[in-house]
Design a binder for this molecule. Structure first.
Ligand code: ACO
Length: 326
C-alpha cells in the first residue's frame, strides 16, 4: 500500500486570561440580565485580557503549553501560523511576536485572518506545509482579544465575546492514505463575501485609521451559522471519507449554545458528543476550538486514536470544518 505524509496533532494547550467577567458584571453597565444571556446564548461568564497584555502574550502561553504536551521545545519549531483578528499591532504578525517570545529559531511565521473560522483555516495552511515535508514541527494557534473590539453600549454584541488562546503542535507522520490514519484527514472551507454586512468591524488601517468596533445582525448570523456549519460538517466528512456517525467528538466553534444545539439537531448528532465550553469562555473567535479541545483532552474525554470533527463560522462570512484522527 502506498504511504502518505499526514499532519498529526501531537499536543494541545490553552490559556485564558485571569480576569473573569460574569453576566451580572455586564448587567451593571448595559441593559441586560444574567437570565437573558443564559437563556439566549448559554453563556455564564467570559475571560478578559489584562490591560498590560497583548494577544501575542495569550498566544505565547498557549504555545508553550502545547509544546510541553507534545514533548517538543521551541528550538524545534519551524512554522508558526496564528489565526487572529485582534493582533497586537497592524504589523508585524502575532506569529512573528510568538516566535520571538518563545525563543523559536528563524523559520516561517505569519497570521491567518478568517475571524471565528480562523483556526480551521490555519490548520489547513499548516497541513499544506507539513504534508509536503516543508515543516517538521509547526505551531497552529488561535488567539483573540475580542473584548477590545466591543462597543460596550451595544447589548446585542458585548455580552457574547471573551478572550483567550489555544494552540496545537502539528508534526508529520506516515499514513496509509485511508481514514484510519492519524492526522488531518479532510477539510471543507468556504467564504461568502456578499454577506459582509451581517458581521464586521467598522474600522481598519486603510479606511478609518482606527481599530473599530464589532457590528452584527445577530439573528441573521444565527440562521446562516446553523445551515452553513451543518453543510461544512457533511462536506468535511465526505472529504475525509468518514461517516458523521463515526465521529467520536465534535469540537465546534463556541459562539452560542443554541447554534451548537441547532447543528446537532439538524445532523442528528448526540449532544453528548459535542464539546461545549461556551458557558465558561463565551465566544473567543479563533481561539475557541483549540481551547475546547484542550479542555476535553485534559479532562480525559478526548483520547488518542479518536476521530474528531472541528467546525466554525465567522465574519466574511467564512465557515469550515475539518476531520482529524488524534
Ligand atoms: N439583553 C437583553 N435584551 C437583549 C440583549 C441583551 N443582551 N440583546 C438583544 N436584546 C433584545 C433586542 O433588543 C430585542 O429586543 P426588541 O424585541 O425589544 O427589539 C430582543 O432582545 C430580541 O433580539 P434578537 O436580536 O432578535 O435576539 P436573538 O434571539 O436573535 O438573540 C443573539 C440575539 C444572542 C445575538 C443571537 O442572535 C445570536 O447569538 N446570534 C448569533 C450571533 C453570533 O454568535 N455571532 C458571533 C460571531 S459568528 C459566529 O461565531 C457563529
Amino acid at each position: 500500500m502506498s504511504k502518505v505524509l499526514r499532519s498529526v496533532l501531537t499536543g494541545v494547550g490553552g490559556y485564558l486570561p485571569e480576569t473573569v467577567v460574569t453576566n451580572d458584571d455586564l448587567a451593571k453597565f448595559v441593559d441586560t440580565s444574567d437570565e437573558w444571556i443564559r437563556e439566549r446564548t448559554g453563556i455564564h461568564k467570559r475571560h478578559k485580557i489584562a490591560d498590560d497584555q497583548g494577544v501575542s502574550d495569550l498566544a505565547t502561553e498557549a504555545a508553550k503549553r502545547a509544546l510541553a504536551a507534545a514533548g517538543r521545545t521551541a528550538a524545534e519549531v519551524d512554522l508558526i501560523v496564528v489565526a487572529t483578528t485582534t493582533a497586537d499591532l497592524t504589523f508585524p504578525s502575532v506569529a512573528s511576536m510568538v516566535q520571538r517570545k518563545i525563543g523559536a529559531p528563524i523559520g516561517i511565521a505569519f497570521d491567518v485572518q478568517a475571524v471565528c473560522s480562523g483556526f480551521v483555516f490555519a490548520l489547513s495552511v499548516a497541513d499544506g506545509f507539513t504534508a509536503r515535508g516543508l515543516s517538521k514541527c509547526a505551531l497552529v494557534i488561535g488567539a483573540e482579544a475580542m473584548t477590545r473590539l466591543m462597543d460596550w453600549e451595544d447589548r446585542g454584541t458585548c455580552i457574547l465575546f471573551g478572550d483567550g488562546a489555544g494552540a496545537v503542535v502539528v508534526e508529520p507522520g506516515e499514513g496509509k492514505g485511508d481514514n484510519t490514519d492519524k492526522g488531518l484527514l479532510g477539510f471543507s472551507l468556504k467564504c461568502d463575501g456578499t454577506k459582509q454586512d451581517l458581521l464586521y468591524v467598522d474600522g481598519g488601517p486603510s479606511t478609518t485609521g482606527t481599530v473599530g468596533k464589532l457590528r452584527m445582525q445577530g439573528n441573521q448570523v444565527f440562521k446562516h451559522a446553523v445551515v452553513n456549519i451543518s453543510q461544512a460538517v457533511l462536506d468535511a466528512a465526505e472529504a475525509a471519507n468518514i461517516d458523521v456517525a463515526d465521529v467520536d467528538w465534535f469540537i465546534p466553534h463556541q459562539a452560542n449554545q443554541r447554534i451548537l444545539a441547532g447543528v446537532a439537531h439538524r445532523l442528528g448528532i448526540d449532544e453528548n458528543k459535542v464539546i461545549q465550553t461556551v458557558a465558561e469562555h463565551a465566544n473567543t473567535s479563533a481561539a475557541s476550538i483549540p481551547l475546547a479541545m484542550d479542555q476535553a483532552v485534559r479532562d480525559g474525554r478526548i483520547k488518542p486514536g479518536q476521530l474528531l470533527l472541528m467546525e466554525a463560522m465567522g465574519g466574511g462570512l467564512t465557515w469550515g470544518a475539518c476531520v482529524v484522527r488524534l
